[in-house]
Ligand binder design. Sequence first.
Ligand code: GAR
Length: 217
Amino acid sequence: MARMKLGVLISGRGSNLQALIEAAKKEDYPAEVVLVISNRHNAKGLDHARSAGIETLVIDHNDFESRQAFDDAVHAGLVDAGVELVCLAGFMRLLDPEFVARWHNRMLNIHPSLLPAYRGLRTHERAIEDGVRFTGCTVHFVRPEMDAGPIVMQAVVPVRPTDTAVSLGRRVLDYEHRVYVESVRLVASGHVRVSGSRVTGKDLVIPENGLISPLQS
Ligand code: GAR
């Protein structure tokens, strides 16, 4: 079985990258990470890639005169490595619409909220401030607008009354790793179709029941 070649773009810790690397250790996983690109030299995630023997590239946006030139360098790196699906995993740079168009429906992002709520930064702080009962995480195909695009998978995570942004973030991150691995599995095995702004697929399993919080006794 030919596995789909992933290029993962990171800026920092790389725990989602690590989850994908771990998943791909199983032979029946339909994708493998062939390249990791970081826009920061000191991104911790680079170590995960190096210790797994995966090719890494550091493409520092400060070395480029324009966003376009930076994006071109990233694109060239991905193409050279034969990447078929790009995974943004904590990549904290907005990509040019032209770059996004080149990878149309071939680029995923993970975001720590139930999109379209809480795009951008400080998602957990804002969810706690707003008193929402549930938050979560989303994997979606990338469109030029920040943290937007057809949704592949989401996980719902309850917000506890005692939560801080740190405790909530930790719990959401656990689900991020799971939904990213499962989303890539679905996409790489051809189970999803993008139609307009929605992702569809006849084999997708959707839970039937909702959740209520706080529970009534
Ligand atoms: C993750 O929580 C990811 O959802 C978030 O950055 C973190 C990266 O963690 N991404 C965004 O906020 C994108 N808008 P990681 O480096 O450990 O994977």
